[in-house]
Design a protein around this ligand. Structure first.
Ligand code: SF4
Length: 385
């Protein structure tokens, strides 16, 4: 049976990248230590409130979790295993920034129980890395990848980006090749999203830097996908590619709209607690720390989700997956047939030619390559009227 997931948010970075709007701040070592203590208290207190579940995955994300020293990761993992039922063979992932790790740290993480790493390369071009404000060079990524393997991590992912300021298609393809050559078993490739409020947003607005246009970005995506397939990575989600047996179980659970609990400011959770319920912890470190120090819990913002919305969310996340949504899984969860609930939307997908007919005949609702490219438009067909 599919288990639930645990997400741990580490809201610290050495320095903010110019494009980033994730919740993270620069922090002193003492602040990181205080935060780790608070995190363990939150984990302990929440375990007394949440319904019993078996957890199949843990994901330490951020921010930059590799800012933490191995001892801190060990403490967090020990607390989790003491208070939650984390399966013996659980996938335990951690995001790593090449500018923050040494071989000794990587050994320590492995000993602490981390068995999957997600390492940020973003681009193999140092000029581009500088332009987006990354703290590392491509060489530092290669050294990190070599250390990752030396320390015994088999399962590691390289994270890359396209649509960067001034990036050419060849530069992106070179990044794909470089990531694959390190022996990564998984590659996440995301298009740069220009987020309002980031320094890069201002730079683009003022004309100081230019992003590739929509057509050029779409071409990068298409040629990147083709190259990744040739290199033995199969696309299983819009932006994720894996060698056989190395799909990210934690993210698969999100895309299947499964249950997960998040800890730390900015973390989200979703679980069946007297109905499908979603809550999130406000993005505010000082108020988080004071609530925990006062012996309580942060002021989570919680929302009960009705069945219609839960169905829509299940379709919205499930259609990101190349294999789509099995009708049988949908029926077991909601007690009704997906093709009956979304008859009109499916008819529109057939009309536009964005539906994968073979998947449909095999009992799954999935988009074909064209539909995946135009996913937002395809999903709009499913919106409640
Ligand atoms: S390292 Fe990641 S989380 Fe930190 S600023 Fe850069 S993109 Fe954002």
């Amino acid at each position: 049976m599919a288990g639930a997931g645990i997400y741990i948010h580490i809201p610290f970075c050495v320095r903010k990248c110019l494009y980033c709007d994730f919740f993270s701040v620069a922090a002193a070592e003492s602040a990181v230590a205080d935060y780790t203590d608070a995190l363990c208290l939150e984990i302990r207190r929440m375990s007394a409130i949440l319904p019993q579940r078996e957890y199949d995955t843990v994901f330490l994300g951020g921010g930059t979790p590799s800012i933490l020293i191995p001892e801190q990761i060990r403490t967090v993992m020990r607390t989790l295993r003491t208070h939650f039922s984390v399966r013996e063979n659980a996938e335990i992932s951690m995001e790593c920034n090449p500018g923050t790790v040494t071989e000794a740290k990587l050994y320590g993480y492995r000993e602490a129980g981390i068995n999957r790493l997600s390492v940020g390369l973003q681009s193999a071009d140092d000029g581009l890395l500088k332009r987006i404000g990354r703290i590392h060079t491509a060489e530092m990524f290669y050294q990190t990848a070599a250390s990752v393997k030396k320390c015994g991590f088999v399962n590691f992912s390289a994270d890359i980006m396209y649509g960067l300021p001034g990036q050419t298609e060849e530069q992106y393809l070179q990044t794909v090749r470089a990531a694959a050559e390190t022996g990564a078993k998984h590659i996440s490739s995301y298009s740069l999203i220009l987020e309002e409020g980031t320094p890069l947003f201002g730079m683009v607005r003022s004309g100081a830097v230019r992003l590739p246009d929509e057509e050029a970005t779409a071409d990068m995506e298409d040629s990147g996908t083709a190259l990744l397939e040739r290199l033995g990575f199969s696309r299983y989600e819009i932006s994720n590619y894996a060698k056989e047996g190395f799909r990210c179980r934690h993210n698969l659970n999100y895309w299947k709209n499964g249950e997960y609990v998040g800890f730390g400011p900015g973390a989200h959770s979703a679980m069946r607690r007297d109905g499908w319920t979603r809550w999130n912890c406000p993005r505010d470190i000082p108020s988080y720390l004071s609530a925990i120090r006062a012996g309580g819990l942060p002021d989570y913002e919680s929302e009960r989700i009705g069945t219609e919305e839960e169905m829509f969310e299940t379709v919205m996340t499930g259609l990101r997956l190349c294999e789509g949504i099995p009708f049988e899984e949908f029926r077991q969860r909601f007690g009704c047939r997906l093709p009956d609930v979304y008859r009109d939307a499916i008819a529109k997908l057939k009309e536009t030619g964005w539906l994968d007919p073979d998947a449909y005949a095999g009992g799954r609702l999935a988009l074909n390559a064209k539909g995946l490219d135009l996913q937002n438009r395809a999903l709009s067909f499913f919106l409640p009227e």
